[in-house]
Design a protein around this ligand. Structure first.
Ligand code: SAM
Length: 256
C-alpha cells in the first residue's frame, strides 16, 4: 500500500503535531486500518511535503507528528481552467482531470447555453483535494464560485492569454471556419505562444454541451488576448476537450 497523502490547512515544520479532521482520522484508522507509528505524507499547498507518524489519541481522534520534509514546495504552472458547468458526473470528471493535470485555478463560467449552473464550490473543492492527494501534487487548485463569461472577460487581467476551444473553428462551411475565422490547431498555437512568451499565464476556455452561441464566439474572437484553437474535426464532449487541451498545454509548456 502506498504511503497515504493528506492535505491539511496548518503550517508544517519539523516536530509539529497536526490534528486530523474526523474524515481523515476515519480514513486512516478504519479504511486503511493504519495504527500508531505508521507513516503518512502531509502537504498544505505552501510548505512542501512532509513525512510524519500517526499518533492515535482515540477511535475518533488522531494526529500526525511531523518528522522531516520529503519534497520542497514548487507552485504548479500558472494555468487556469474556465469551463461551463455540466451535469454532475461530467463536472466531477472535468475537475478531477484538471487537478491531475496541474491547473492552479478553476473558474466555472456561466454561458448562454450552460444547463447546469448549480455548482457547489465546497463539494468541488473537496473533490479537488482528493485528486491532489492522489496525484501527489504539492498544492490544491482554488475553485472559484461560478461567474458569467461576459464578466470574466470584462475583468480579464493584463498579460494573461486565453485559449478558446472553438468547436466551430474547424469547419469551412461555418462562419468561423475557413481562412477568415479558422481556429488553428491547438498544439501549433500553444507551441507558438510558449516559444514567444516563456511563462505567460495561460487560461483555457471550454464551452457547455450546447457549445458557444454565435454572439459569444464573435465577442471572444474580438478580444486581443483570445486565441481560438481547434482540437480536430470531431466534436468532443466538454470533459474530453478540457482534458485533451490541458494535457497539450502541460506537455508543451507547463510540465516540460
Ligand atoms: N454542441 C456543440 C456543437 O455541436 O457544435 C458542441 C459543444 S462540445 C460538446 C463542448 C465544448 O467542447 C465546446 O464548446 C468546445 O469548447 C469544446 N470542443 C469540443 N470539440 C472541440 C473541437 N473539435 N475543437 C475545439 N473545441 C472543442
Amino acid at each position: 500500500m502506498p504511503i497515504p497523502r493528506l492535505y491539511v490547512g496548518s503550517a508544517l515544520s519539523e516536530g509539529a503535531r497536526i490534528e486530523l479532521e474526523a474524515g481523515q482520522t476515519h480514513h486512516l484508522l478504519n479504511v486503511l486500518r493504519m495504527s500508531e507509528g505508521d507513516s503518512a505524507l502531509i502537504f498544505n499547498g505552501r510548505d512542501g511535503e512532509w513525512s510524519g507518524d500517526l499518533i492515535v489519541l482515540s477511535r475518533k481522534k488522531a494526529e500526525i507528528a511531523i518528522e522531516h520534509q520529503t519534497r520542497a514546495y514548487r507552485p504548479s504552472p500558472d494555468l487556469e481552467l474556465l469551463f461551463a458547468p455540466l451535469k454532475k458526473d461530467r463536472t466531477d470528471f472535468t475537475i478531477e482531470k484538471a487537478v491531475e493535470l496541474g491547473v492552479r485555478r478553476i473558474q466555472p463560467v456561466l454561458t448562454e447555453r450552460t444547463n447546469a449552473d448549480h455548482v457547489r464550490p465546497d463539494r468541488l473543492q473537496s473533490l479537488a483535494i482528493g485528486s491532489a492527494e492522489q496525484s501527489e501534487r504539492l498544492d490544491v487548485p482554488d475553485i472559484a464560485p461560478p461567474r458569467r463569461l461576459g464578466i470574466v472577460l470584462r475583468d480579464w487581467p493584463a498579460g494573461r492569454i486565453l485559449l478558446f476551444a472553438d468547436e466551430q473553428g474547424d469547419e469551412k462551411q461555418k462562419p468561423w471556419g475557413g481562412e477568415a475565422g479558422r481556429a488553428r490547431a491547438a498544439a501549433e498555437v500553444i507551441a507558438q505562444i510558449t516559444s514567444e512568451r516563456e511563462c505567460a499565464p495561460l487560461s483555457v476556455l471550454i464551452g457547455p454541451e450546447g457549445g458557444f452561441s454565435p454572439e459569444e464566439r464573435a465577442y471572444l474572437r474580438l478580444q486581443s488576448f483570445v486565441h481560438p484553437v481547434s482540437l480536430g474535426p470531431r466534436i468532443l464532449r466538454a470533459e474530453t476537450a478540457s482534458t485533451v487541451l490541458l494535457g497539450l498545454v502541460q506537455a508543451l509548456w507547463g510540465d516540460r
